[in-house]
Design a protein around this ligand. Structure first.
Ligand SMILES: [Fe+2]
Ligand SMILES: [Fe+2]
Length: 284
């Protein structure tokens, strides 16, 4: 891979190109130093079909990192494991396999957790040589870091939704399992997000602390700002300013209003992040 990190979007809500499709979900292939890491798996076997359509071989993956346990990031896991030629190491927070529900505005309880099939494939370790239960910052395949649980420090961010760990929707899900990945490029720190239920500012603050940097070069992924009030959106924009972010790829669950705000505030720094999008960075 000649010292470069290549990120290919395999699943996102939107798509570009022939024979690839979008679905509500997220999956990226991160390639560096000859290693292939899948970050999230979308919600169905689409991750495998899109990869095939793009001429990408997923049978020789080294690692799979799951950002959190929601169905739209984990539903494709068993399909990915099924097509492996060898075995992978997998990284996820213990809370990712717990029960997860959301309460709709109509007060309907909906199961949004990991499917039984996905949990089963983790528990039976099918095509998995090591399952790493990540709560602390951890190195993956010697090329990137997964944050582990992200400290919640800001007073203006929340998980972004009415999330619960019981079907009656009485016990809040703090989404402790939410984590992001990052690496150091020659241009600066690159952060790739799943849904960012920890809050994007909490996540950026934590990554900056872990990376020992007051600047972040690129932020790509879902920021779950669909329900964010103006005050939170303003403070989010300020954080991107503060970290002097040069590449912003708001995707998946970021929400139209927040995406519009990003494009308004940072026009030329924003990039489209849909199925088929590719980003390349020089590894530091
Ligand atoms: Fe999501
Ligand atoms: Fe989520």
């Amino acid at each position: 891979m000649d010292g470069n990190v290549k990120i290919t979007v395999l699943v996102e809500n939107t798509a570009k190109g022939r024979n690839v499709y979008g679905e509500h979900g997220l999956a990226y292939l991160i390639e560096a130093e000859g290693k292939k890491i899948l970050f999230d798996a979308g919600q169905s076997d689409l991750v495998v079909r899109n990869a095939l359509a793009m001429g990408i071989d997923l049978s020789n993956l080294d690692s799979i990192v799951l950002s959190h346990g929601h169905y739209d990031h984990t539903g494709g896991l068993s399909a990915v494991l099924d097509q492996l030629a060898g075995e992978v190491e997998i990284y996820l927070h213990p809370a990712a396999i717990g029960h997860k529900y959301k309460l709709t505005p109509d007060r309907e309880s909906v199961d949004i957790g990991m499917s039984d099939k996905a949990i089963e494939s983790i528990k039976t370790a099918r095509h998995i040589n090591s399952c790493n239960w990540v709560e602390r910052p951890t190195t993956v395949a010697e090329v990137l870091m997964v944050t582990g649980q992200v400290p919640r420090k800001t007073d203006f961010e929340d998980t972004g939704g009415a999330f619960y760990i019981d079907a009656d929707c009485e016990e809040k899900d703090i989404m402790a399992d939410d984590q992001s990945v990052f690496f150091d490029s020659s241009d600066g720190v690159v952060v790739v997000l799943g849904c960012c239920h920890s809050g994007i500012v909490n996540t950026l603050d934590y990554v900056a602390e872990l990376a020992g940097s007051d600047k972040i070069y690129a932020v790509i992924g879902g920021m779950h700002l669909l329900r964010a009030k103006d005050d939170r959106l303003e403070k989010t924009m300020e954080a991107f300013q503060k970290y002097d972010v040069q590449m912003i790829g708001p995707a998946h669950c970021t929400g139209m209003k927040a995406v519009a705000k990003f494009w308004n505030a940072f026009g030329e720094k924003c990039v489209v992040c849909k199925v088929g999008s590719k980003f390349e960075f020089e590894l530091r």
